[in-house]
Design a protein around this ligand. Structure first.
Ligand SMILES: NC(=O)c1ccc[n+]([C@@H]2O[C@H](COP(=O)([O-])OP(=O)(O)OC[C@H]3O[C@@H](n4cnc5c(N)ncnc54)[C@H](OP(=O)(O)O)[C@@H]3O)[C@@H](O)[C@H]2O)c1
Length: 374
């Protein structure tokens, strides 16, 4: 019998390995969200829609017939994504809109244009995110991970709230992460001005996503607008690829094995789609989903006092009241609350003027007066 050449053995091994990896990957991820939900005529906004999970979510919503606004910080990347979605779905109602979540001015302009263009919004996917890296600040002086992942979405959602009410029953989905379990809201140094750790700031921002979901759900009671947070799984996207660990040479060697165990962006989008579209979740609000299941978030994420503190602080930092007035948006109040009548909860460690947003004087004095008044 002829001996099998070595190169044939190698190729066969690689082929079998690759096939097994694909099977493992599909098995572990579970089936796609394929409930036949028709969203023709609905209006969806997806932040960070030009890549990763956001791109796949936007494409799926387009496939189902929605009018989709891709809210992105880079016009060219957005245009490329729009083109790709259009070619694949043949849905003409896909629009690129500039929206840098690291700039309150940009968010305001985005909302102003949408107010002119649309009567209502049915689905808002707060997906855009940044992870790790050196400490940087947004245009408004906020540490970038907190600024983009939480503050930007806080402002965007509040400014779109009237449109979401018009679209009711409508849904907001905040893309959070299991990273929130390790997160702490640093009440004394929320802006990581004194002490910065890249993972600490990311974890804090993802805990902020879950706390924001909780407080927002309370304020939305009785409106038929729901909000939930979801962890999409570990997904092979730019955000993960750029982290230190994934760029090590060890990872370069392990990558083919690791690949089988982490989700593709399409697979990562499924949990987000489930929470945004599943008919059984019409009344579900204020929950944290781990993939497609409701899960118990961290103890801090269930702290109502902390959620209120973060909400009121975020109102101040984003100058929400001013923005609302400019765009003629109604405030979202708790029963019995009037604008500005709720003092910041007296947290154990209160923010002090010198420790809050040291790079933006206006915001410092704004937060300071509020904190000192409480
Ligand atoms: N991948 C995971 O394993 C994982 C796990 C848990 C949670 N998540 C969450 O999933 C979400 C999506 O991330 P991904 O994994 O899909 O990563 P990704 O591919 O890097 O997508 C992030 C998106 O956010 C956009 N973005 C970043 N800064 C922005 C800004 N200032 N304004 C507007 N858009 C901005 C990015 O735009 P550019 O292309 O212009 O940078 C990109 O479109 C994030 O919130 C992340 O925290 C991801």
């Amino acid at each position: 019998m002829n001996k099998v050449p070595f190169w044939v053995k190698v190729l066969t091994g690689v082929g079998v390995g690759a096939g097994a990896s694909v099977v493992v990957k599909e098995r572990l991820s579970g089936p796609d969200f394929d409930a036949p939900v028709n969203i023709g005529g609905k209006v969806a906004v997806v932040t960070g829609a030009n890549s990763g999970i956001g791109f796949e979510v936007a494409k799926n919503l387009a496939q189902r017939g929605a009018k989709v606004y891709l809210a992105c910080r880079d016009k060219d990347r957005c245009a490329t994504a729009r083109e790709e979605i259009f070619l694949e779905t043949e849905n003409k109602h896909i629009y690129c809109r500039y929206c840098d979540l690291g700039s309150f001015e940009s968010i305001k302009r985005f909302v102003r244009r949408l107010q002119r263009d649309e009567e209502k919004v049915d689905i808002l996917i707060n997906n855009a995110g940044v992870m790790w890296g050196e400490r940087e600040t947004t245009q408004d002086g906020i540490e970038t991970q907190l600024g983009v992942n939480h503050m930007g979405h806080f402002l965007l959602t509040n400014l779109l709230i009237d449109k979401l009410k018009q679209g009711a029953p409508s849904r907001i989905v905040n893309v959070a992460s299991t990273a929130h379990y390790k997160g702490k809201i640093n009440v004394q140094d929320l802006n990581s001005a004194d002490n910065y750790s890249e993972s600490g700031a990311y974890n804090q921002s993802k805990l902020a996503n879950v706390l924001f979901t909780r407080e927002l759900a309370k304020r939305l009671q009785g409106t038929d607008v729901t909000v939930n947070a979801v962890h999409p799984g570990i997904v092979d996207t730019n955000i993960v690829r750029n982290t230190g660990f994934f760029t090590t040479s060890l990872m370069f060697i392990l990558r083919p094995v690791v690949w089988a165990f982490i989700k593709s962006p399409r697979q990562g989008a499924q949990a987000v789609l489930h929470v945004a579209l599943h008919p059984d979740l019409q009344q579900t609000s204020g929950q944290y989903f781990n993939l497609r299941e409701i899960a118990e978030p961290s103890k801090d994420a269930l702290n109502d006092k902390l959620a209120l503190w973060l909400w009121l602080t975020s109102e101040k930092w984003t100058k929400l009241e001013e923005m609302r007035k400019e765009l003629n948006v109604q405030p979202l109040l708790l029963p019995g609350e009037t604008v500005g009548n709720v003092p910041l909860p007296n947290m154990k460690q209160r923010a002090t003027a010198s420790k809050v947003v040291s790079s933006n004087k206006d915001i410092i004095s704004d937060v300071n007066s509020n904190v000192l008044a409480s």
